[in-house]
Write a protein that binds this ligand. Structure first.
Ligand SMILES: [Zn+2]
Length: 89
């Protein structure tokens, strides 16, 4: 598994509207902070600094259930990341 741990039986398939990346995440939610272009909040920010903008740009496209289905998407997305053909959608 590339995106989620082995043995995951339920995860979300997300697409980021900012950078277009697609990924799987074990966290389930209608939107997530994109792991590619989003930033987690920085808790050590000083009082004079501007608050970082947290944008949850990755939208849930589909819930995936069952190890087989997750593994299939995981492999296809991994191929896309490594330059494979991803016209499968
Ligand atoms: Zn993104």
């Amino acid at each position: 598994m590339f995106y989620v741990p082995d043995g995951t039986t339920r995860c979300g398939y997300y697409e980021c509207k900012s950078c277009g990346n697609r990924f799987l995440d074990i966290k389930i939610g209608p939107v997530l902070v994109c792991p590619y272009c989003g930033e987690e909040p920085d808790m050590e920010i000083g009082p004079d600094e501007e608050m970082p903008q947290i944008s949850e740009d990755a939208k849930l496209v589909k819930m995936l259930e069952g190890e087989e289905e997750i593994e299939k998407y995981d492999q296809l997305l991994s191929l896309a990341v490594t330059g494979g053909d991803y016209n499968w959608i």
